[in-house]
Design a protein around this ligand. Structure first.
Ligand code: ADP
Ligand code: MG
Length: 262
């Protein structure tokens, strides 16, 4: 079903989205538009509701109220795999890699989930896709793209923290996303790892819209063309990076932390 009032430059629209846990309002009537092709960051103190918002967008968490539109189509009640099929891919704050499988196999498993992959899941599916030279070439290309060209034979568990996050991006890209959700990808990374990740995200093609939650504000202000500030489950403001930096309400939301945008 297509919405008559849909803004055609919008890839993602949230309309008065709420999520309650019992009587607690983790998200309270949040409305937000993410333009196609945007590099859109969401910032806000811990507990602002950023990860909850990603859960609602990816479909791992049902909304309490409100609606979510992807390209004008109401996806509010679609299960995760249907949203993946429509091009929504997420990396989560807590990793979801198969640690005992190899780096290459992690990407191959993600290629299986691709719309029209049609190979079925599980290890049987993995064997079928692994037998296809084209899939293997594709997996290697993705590992090149995220800066892991020589790590494919290692078990995912053997990667450094930063390399795991790079692999998570490759896994997300393997589903051929139009919307890539990244929840604190630089958390726990060294400055060198963060710089590598920033460069990799900056080099993503414009067809991939990026929605990024990140505490590292240097990374946010380097990558983002649009910044949304959340605080205590509410949308505080959305604007260009300079507008957000200059906003007094934003400064006060961050007061008492070391993360005041400067
Ligand atoms: P952020 O990612 O911005 O740090 P979260 O979205 O993780 O914030 O959490 C927002 C608020 O919702 C927090 O106060 C958190 O404790 C609460 N919350 C998140 N998930 C649950 C849950 N499953 N049950 C109860 N409260 C939750
Ligand atoms: Mg979070």
């Amino acid at each position: 079903m297509t919405d008559q009032t849909h803004d055609h430059s919008a890839l993602l629209q949230l309309r008065n989205v709420s999520r309650h846990f019992g009587s607690f309002r983790a998200l309270d009537e949040v409305s937000l538009t993410v333009r196609a092709g945007a590099r859109h960051a969401i910032i806000g103190p811990n507990g602002a509701g950023k990860s909850t918002l990603f859960g609602l967008i990816s479909g791992t968490l049902p909304v309490t109220a409100g609606s979510i539109l992807l390209d004008g189509q109401d996806v509010t009640r679609l299960p995760v795999h249907r949203r993946v099929g429509l091009g929504v891919a997420a990396t989560f704050q807590h990793s979801s890699l198969f640690l005992r499988e190899s780096v290459l196999e992690n990407v191959l498993l993600a290629l299986l989930r691709r719309p029209g992959g049609g190979l079925g899941g599980g290890l049987g599916g993995l064997r079928r896709v692994a037998a296809r030279p084209q899939a293997i070439a594709q997996a290697h290309a993705l590992l090149d793209q995220v800066g892991l060209p020589t790590r494919h034979e290692l078990a995912a568990a053997e990667l450094s923290h930063g390399e795991r996050r790079q692999l998570e991006v490759a896994v997300a890209l393997a589903t051929d996303p139009r919307l890539l959700l990244l929840d604190e990808p630089a958390a726990g990374m060294s400055p060198a790892e963060t710089a590598r990740l920033t460069a990799l995200l900056a080099a993503l093609p414009g067809e991939v819209t990026v929605l990024l939650v990140e505490h590292d504000l240097d990374m946010v202000f380097e990558l983002a063309d649009t910044v949304t500030v959340m605080h205590l489950g509410r949308h505080l403001m959305t604007g260009a990076p300079d507008e957000v930096r200059a906003c007094a309400a934003v400064q006060s939301a961050y007061l008492g932390t070391t993360e005041v945008p400067s």
